[in-house]
Design a protein around this ligand. Structure first.
Ligand SMILES: NC(=O)c1ccc[n+]([C@@H]2O[C@H](COP(=O)([O-])OP(=O)(O)OC[C@H]3O[C@@H](n4cnc5c(N)ncnc54)[C@H](O)[C@@H]3O)[C@@H](O)[C@H]2O)c1
Length: 466
C-alpha cells in the first residue's frame, strides 16, 4: 500500500492508540521524533504570516518544514515593517533558506506551484498562508490528497467556499486548524470560560472592536497607488508566476499590477482578493464572541443596523468599508455590536457588559470585573465548561491534533467557517445597502434574496473549487 493510503486508512487507529508513528516517523513518550522521520510540513504562501507560522513549525520537534511554496521567489516587501527597501522578508527561496539554516542541511525545497506540493506524497501537512482568494481551492485540493491543513484566517472568501472546505475536511478525516491563534491564548480562553459559565451574571451585550489599519497601508510603505503597471522588479515574478499569484481572482485589464492592492498585505482591500477589515479582524474577534457564547457550531439569528462608510471609501479598487457598525443577534436575545475599534474606545477586542461590571479582552490583556479579580482557571469546577486548552503554540496544537488529540484542534474548519460567515454577511450588507437580515444558521440562508445571491464569489481563469 502507498504511504499516503496507509496513513489515511490507519489514521484513526493510530491516533486512538495515542501516537502518530505512521506520520513521517515515530515519536517517543515526550513527543520527540525517533529516528529520521517527522511530520513533513509545506508552507504555501511565504509572506508575512507564512514566515511567522513557519517558525511555529520549525520550533516544534515533531515537525519538519520540507517545502516552501510561493510564486514569488524572493522579495523585499513582507512583514509588518515599513523598512521595505532594506530587508528581505519573504518569498519561497527566502523561507527555504531560513528552514535550511535552522536544520543545518539542504533538505527544504522551494517550489512556485502549489499543485506540486499537493501531489507530493512525502508532504503530510500544508500550512496555507496565501492571500484569502486562494485558501479554499488549495485547502480542498490538499485535503482530497489526504493532507492535514493549517489554513490562515479568514477561512475563505465566501460562505459557499467555507462550507465546501468543511465537507472536504469531514470526508477526508484530516486534521484542520484555522489560523485563529487567539484560541490558543490564555486571556481569550479565560474570557470565554467566564462568560460561558455565567460568572458575569446578567450579561446580554458585548461590543466587538475590530482594527482598521486605514484603508491602505501607507504607514507600512504601500500608499494608495492605483496606477496600473507591471509587478515591480523587486517582487521577482515572471508572467506565469504573476498569473499564479492572481489565480482565481479576476485579472485587471492588461493583466495589470495595481500597487496599492496587489502589494504584500494590501490585497486585503481588493474585492477580488480579500474582504477588508470586517473579515480580516472579524475572523479573530467574532470568533472569540462565538466561543464565549457557545454558538460556534451554530450562529446568530439576525444581523441588524448595518452602517458603514463604504460609499465614501469604495471605488473600483478599494472594495470594503473601514468604518462600520452592525449588531449580531442570537436566539436568546444576546446582542453584540461589531464596529471599527475607534467606536470601542480604541480597543481591538471584546467588551462584555454585565450587571456586575465589564469584562474586556484584547491580545495580551484581560480586564475582569472586581468580583473576579483574583479568579484563576484552576478555580473552575468539574461541573463547569472547560474550553480547549492548547498546550503550546497554535501550530503545535495542530500537530497535537494529529498526534494525540484525536483530531481535535483549537479551531477546526467548521468553527472557523461559522465565525467568518457572520463577517461575510456583514460585507454583503455593505455591498447591497441591506441594513438587517434574518439568518437561518442550520440552512445557511437568509430571508433576503439579494444577500443569498452573494453566498459565493466567482472564480476566474478556469480555477474551480473542487
Ligand atoms: N492569524 C493572524 O493573526 C494573521 C495575521 C496576518 C495575516 N493573516 C492571514 O495570513 C494570510 C497571508 O497574509 P499575509 O499578511 O502573510 O500576506 P502577504 O501578502 O504578506 O503574504 C502572502 C503570500 O502569499 C503568496 N502567494 C500568492 N499567491 C500564491 C499561490 N498561488 N501559492 C503560494 N503562495 C502565494 C504571496 O506571494 C505572498 O508571499 C492571509 O489569509 C491573512 O488573512 C493572519
Amino acid at each position: 500500500m502507498k504511504r499516503r493510503e496507509f496513513i489515511k486508512g490507519s489514521a484513526a487507529a493510530t491516533l486512538f492508540a495515542g501516537g502518530c508513528g505512521t506520520l513521517g516517523g515515530g515519536f517517543d513518550a515526550e513527543g520527540h521524533p525517533e529516528g529520521a522521520g517527522r511530520l513533513n510540513v509545506a508552507i504555501i504562501g511565504c509572506g508575512t504570516m507564512g514566515r511567522d507560522n513557519m517558525w511555529g513549525f520549525l520550533r516544534d520537534p515533531r515537525a519538519r518544514v520540507t517545502v516552501t511554496c510561493d510564486p514569488v521567489r524572493r522579495t523585499k516587501a513582507h512583514g509588518y515593517s515599513g523598512d521595505w527597501e532594506k530587508k528581505v522578508w519573504g518569498g519561497r527561496e527566502e523561507l527555504r533558506d531560513i528552514a535550511d539554516k535552522f536544520y543545518g542541511d539542504k533538505g527544504c525545497r522551494a517550489v512556485a506551484d502549489w499543485r506540486e506540493v499537493v501531489a507530493d506524497p512525502t508532504v503530510d501537512a500544508v500550512c496555507i498562508t496565501t492571500p484569502d482568494h486562494w485558501h479554499a481551492i488549495i485547502a480542498i485540493a490538499a485535503m482530497n490528497a489526504g493532507k492535514h491543513v493549517y489554513c490562515q484566517k479568514p477561512l475563505a472568501l465566501s460562505i459557499t467556499e467555507g462550507r465546501e472546505m468543511c465537507k472536504a475536511a469531514a470526508a477526508n478525516r484530516v486534521v484542520f486548524q484555522v489560523g485563529s491563534q487567539q484560541r490558543s491564548a490564555a486571556e481569550f480562553r479565560q474570557a470565554a470560560e467566564l462568560v460561558r459559565n455565567g460568572y458575569l451574571g446578567d450579561c446580554r451585550t458585548c461590543t466587538v472592536g475590530l482594527s482598521w489599519p486605514k484603508n491602505d497601508y501607507t504607514a507600512l510603505g504601500f500608499p494608495r497607488n492605483t496606477t496600473p503597471g507591471k509587478p515591480p522588479e523587486w517582487w521577482g515574478v515572471n508572467e506565469a508566476e504573476w498569473n499564479m499569484w492572481q489565480g482565481p481572482a479576476e485579472h485587471w485589464p492588461d493583466n495589470a499590477f495595481i500597487p496599492g492592492i496587489h502589494g504584500p498585505m494590501t490585497w486585503r482591500w481588493g474585492e477580488r482578493t480579500g474582504g477588508g477589515g470586517i473579515t480580516d479582524w472579524g475572523a479573530h474577534h467574532i470568533d472569540i464572541l462565538q466561543w464565549a457564547l457557545g454558538t460556534e457550531l451554530d450562529g446568530p439569528v439576525a444581523i441588524e443596523n448595518f452602517t458603514s462608510d463604504i460609499d465614501k471609501v469604495s471605488d473600483r479598487y478599494y472594495a470594503w468599508p473601514s468604518r462600520f457598525s452592525f449588531d449580531i443577534v442570537y436566539a436568546d436575545g444576546f446582542r453584540a455590536t461589531v464596529c471599527d475599534c475607534d467606536k470601542n474606545g480604541g480597543l481591538s477586542g471584546l467588551v462584555f457588559h454585565s450587571s456586575k461590571g465589564d469584562l474586556s479582552v484584547c491580545r495580551g490583556k484581560i480586564t475582569k470585573p472586581a468580583h473576579l479579580a483574583s479568579w484563576k482557571e484552576s478555580d473552575l469546577l468539574d461541573s463547569e465548561t472547560r474550553l480547549h486548552r492548547s498546550r503550546g503554540s497554535h501550530e503545535s496544537d495542530f500537530i497535537d491534533g494529529i498526534c494525540d488529540r484525536n483530531w481535535k484542534t483549537a479551531c477546526p474548519c467548521e468553527i472557523g467557517h461559522r465565525s467568518i460567515t457572520i463577517a461575510h454577511l456583514a460585507n454583503s450588507c455593505a455591498k447591497t445597502g441591506v441594513k438587517s437580515l434574518k439568518w437561518d444558521a442550520q440552512k445557511e440562508t437568509s430571508d433576503n434574496a439579494v444577500i443569498n445571491a452573494r453566498a459565493d464569489v466567482k472564480r476566474h481563469n478556469g480555477w474551480k473549487l473542487v
